[in-house]
Design a protein. Structure first.
Length: 174
């Protein structure tokens, strides 16, 4: 699909969505991005061009979008899922790695209270889980303790904090 400069300037955002859904030439997408088509404008369903592209598995398109400012922490309005959560649910380890490298937030939760780490565990792919866990450690070094506390709370276990109050110190003036 050939796109003129005038079309890119006036309707670039809409054209980008249409191109992404038609699985176009890399040249057309890169040209539109270069002309300033937004990576954050959504279609009627609330999806960004990057969200659509994740399903194709085409790392070239995805890299171009990430390199030109696609917001990896944008959340879909109805599901609350982020780009990273969508990638973890349906993309390859290579693409998930690209989204993580673009600072995808592992702990951002969707409307079902799932984060990318929970989705990676549910998916059951050891390679993907390893990637997401490594990023989780970078983003929040105490995540393992936090996850253990959350799991215990969800299981209805009571976590007791064992501490004893300090007695006030008495000083004598001499």
């Amino acid at each position: 699909m050939a796109v003129s400069k005038t079309e890119a300037e006036t309707m670039g955002h809409q054209l980008l969505h249409e191109l992404v859904q038609q699985r176009p030439d890399m040249e057309d997408i890169c040209w539109l991005i270069g002309q300033g088509a937004s990576m954050t404008v959504t279609d009627k369903s609330g999806y960004t061009p990057l969200m659509h592209m994740l399903g194709t598995g085409n790392s070239g398109y995805i890299k171009a979008m990430l390199d030109h400012g696609a917001d990896v922490n944008y959340r879909h309005p109805s599901s609350g899922r982020s780009i990273l959560q969508i990638a973890v649910s349906r993309s390859s380890a290579h693409i998930i790695g690209m989204v993580l490298a673009a600072n995808g937030d592992v702990f951002q939760k969707d409307k079902d209270s799932d984060n990318a780490l929970a989705l990676a565990r549910r998916r059951g792919d050891a390679g993907i889980l390893s990637l997401v866990e490594a990023r989780a450690k970078e983003q929040q070094p105490d995540y393992q303790a936090r996850e253990a506390l959350m799991a215990a709370a969800e299981a209805g276990m009571q976590i007791e904090k064992s501490f004893r109050p300090l007695k006030p110190l008495k000083f004598r003036m001499t």
